[in-house]
Design a protein around this ligand. Structure first.
Ligand code: TTP
Ligand code: MG
Length: 349
């Protein structure tokens, strides 16, 4: 039997569960996080609220309609990050082969450990519950694709093993939307040609999928056959992260432009925290009314993630530019990124 050496861990209703834990009187009530915040979009909700059909990325007004007595709470990113750190420090107690995927999700490679995967998974669940009061779902398999599929199998507080001989029974009837890498658009394109399940998808030739989706097509071809040799990548990095907007009216108004920079800094801080990242380089981008683009960057000796630091840097870059023409687009990017978990890793070595 292929060794079951990969774990995928995903916290249950993460932000909402933290809120529930911090405010015990809310336990059992439908909790929606994010409805109160700037874009008016639900970031997540607890399983009680999901019974009403509420889900991530739903506009808040719709969620309120579905569940008027729901508890709508603002996003408290710093708090979630704090809890996330605690959880990841528990992962690192088991192995240093941890790939942080997001604030509440990680892969662990347990090949080096001499313990039964199920026992390890139970132990890990118990430790996280004791330290934080939170539950999580674990998938156990022999590659990342199958481990991720397994962690989603019986959420919340789930545990699922997928072994090699279960592949036909589990994969063939599965909706193609469940394949990591097939997004809603890709799924739609496949539905259009009569492909709904992985079983249908298996009928297609490798080269046909490559023609359709390029390199991803090849990956999909192998993944649905239970083959995925991506290693657990402890240093996985994104190159940059940023946001920009075209203004409703071209402007010279530095105060207004700085208000945008302020808003962007908050958004970038949130995205950095969520993805366990920090960065050294901030780039300001301006597009003038004549569509000429100017960018200016500054690189610091140290890493930053806080909105205030990003704003200060971007704002000083704006001060250095003489606005001779009106501006039609403004944006900030942070790059030179690194994982905030690398520190933690050395801490536990
Ligand atoms: P998920 O793991 O996708 O969702 P979840 O943990 O809330 O629920 P579950 O895993 O039990 O299905 O995302 C983790 C956190 O990331 C989530 O708590 C809130 C945040 N998030 C957003 O901000 N926007 C989104 O669109 C999604 C999906 C998640
Ligand atoms: Mg989750």
């Amino acid at each position: 039997m292929t060794k079951l050496n990969i774990l995928h861990i995903d916290m249950d209703a993460f932000y909402a569960s933290v809120e529930e834990q911090d405010n015990p009187h809310l336990k059992g009530k439908p909790i929606i996080v994010g409805g109160a915040s700037k874009h008016g979009v639900v970031t997540t909700c607890n399983y009680e609220a999901r019974k009403y059909g509420i889900h991530s990325a739903m506009p808040a007004f719709m969620a309120r309609k579905l569940c008027p007595h729901g508890i709508f709470l603002p996003v408290r990113m710093k708090r979630y990050k704090e809890v996330s750190r605690k959880i990841f420090s528990i992962f690192y107690q088991f192995t240093d082969l941890v790939e942080p995927v997001s604030i509440d999700e990680a892969y662990l490679d347990i090949s080096k450990l001499e313990v039964k995967p199920v026992d390890l998974a139970k132990d890990l669940k118990k430790k996280v519950l004791e330290a934080t009061g939170l539950t999580l779902s674990i998938g156990i398999s022999y590659n990342k694709f199958l481990a991720k599929l397994a962690s989603d199998w019986n959420k919340p507080n789930g545990m699922k093993i997928i072994t090699e001989d279960m592949i036909p029974e589990i994969l063939l009837p599965l909706d193609i939307k469940k394949v990591h890498g097939i997004g809603p658009k890709t799924a739609q394109r496949l539905n259009n040609i009569g492909i709904y399940t992985i079983g249908d998808l298996m009928e297609l030739e490798e080269e046909f999928l490559v023609d359709l989706f390029g390199k991803l097509g090849r990956e999909i071809y192998y993944r649905i056959r239970g083959k995925d040799n991506r290693p657990v990548d402890t240093k996985r990095e994104r190159k940059s992260l940023g946001t920009e907007t075209t203004l409703s009216e071209d402007t010279h108004d530095v105060k207004l432009l700085k208000a945008y920079l302020h808003e962007f800094s908050l958004e970038i801080e949130e995205a950095l925290l969520k993805n366990n990242l920090q960065g050294k380089t901030v780039t300001l981008k301006i597009k003038y009314e004549d569509f000429k683009v100017r960018t200016r960057s500054k690189t610091l000796p140290n890493d930053i993630y806080a909105a205030q630091d990003i704003y200060q840097l971007a704002s000083s870059l704006l001060d250095e530019i003489q606005l001779k023409k009106r501006v039609r687009l403004i944006g900030i990017t942070i790059s030179n990124l690194s994982s905030t978990y690398l520190e933690q890793l050395t801490l536990f070595d």
